[in-house]
Design a protein around this ligand. Sequence first.
Ligand code: ZN
Length: 330
Amino acid sequence: MQTLADPSGAVLAFDVGGTTIKAEVLGPDLQTWARASVPTPHGPALADGVVDTARALLDGLTSEQRDAVRSVGLALPGIVDTARGVSIFAANLDLRDVALAEPIAARLGLPVRLGHDVACAAAAERHSGAAAGVTDPVVVVIGTGIAAVSYVHGRRVAGVTGQAGELGHVVVRPGGPRCGCGARGCLEAVASASSIARAYRSASGNDVAGAADVVARLGQDAVADAVWAEATTALADGLLIATALLAPGAIVLGGGLAEAGASLVDPVAASMRERATAVTVPPLLTAAHGSRAGVVGAALIASAPSAECDELARHAGVSPPARHTHRDGG
Ligand SMILES: [Zn+2]
């Protein structure tokens, strides 16, 4: 069912990224009534950016539509205290213990709920995307970093700290490339979109804007083929670890890198089957909501108070990690 929890209400949904805020007004059937994309103000000014964007979007609606808007959802990177509506830590937004829900709600006159961006993207895939109807999927978001969301008995696994799912920092190539976290050979140091672009640049001496340029060269450029093979086999190793631990009903690949579609899924699935010994390889699927997954997930949390994007349901003084936090999968 592609509907929000409130069958008559519309919502304002924001996917806050390090550079861009994607915003939409969504009707009860998740159809887009209005959309905007604006640069992300960093630090506490983020609240102003959200309020200004919300007002501009609301101004563009009919009065009937405007009256139907009941709530606001924000998908944020980093560590989010959903219960208090506070961004605990987001390195790429310069946020540390910044209250967002309350000040935004006070100015818009609408309730505001926060969620974690990767958890929101996974919730969207589970609600009405590739993971819909799949028993206990693992959703892996691959962008600047790599993060996974897994479900057991239908519930998202948060762990004691709320940070379960740091698949990007599982070491798959000991002694390999240096990761942003300081370790060597983490999955995201080999297979994230930014790592793939970086590996291609250093091996070929050619500049590329991102991993999509490497994908475009597959089959015509031996360096691109080699970098891609290294990344997809590393990804297969990482996904086999997740499979060994969780035996998911399917693995859904999302985030920017998943836009490669079959060019990504086919070699990863083949490598998984080649390398799997004691585990059954689950179906490997591509995310259906694409770059809208965060916005759709934010709409779901806006619409339902106890939605599964909740990052730290039992937040109890969890401190920002000393060295890093970048579950910025999108
Ligand atoms: Zn790492």
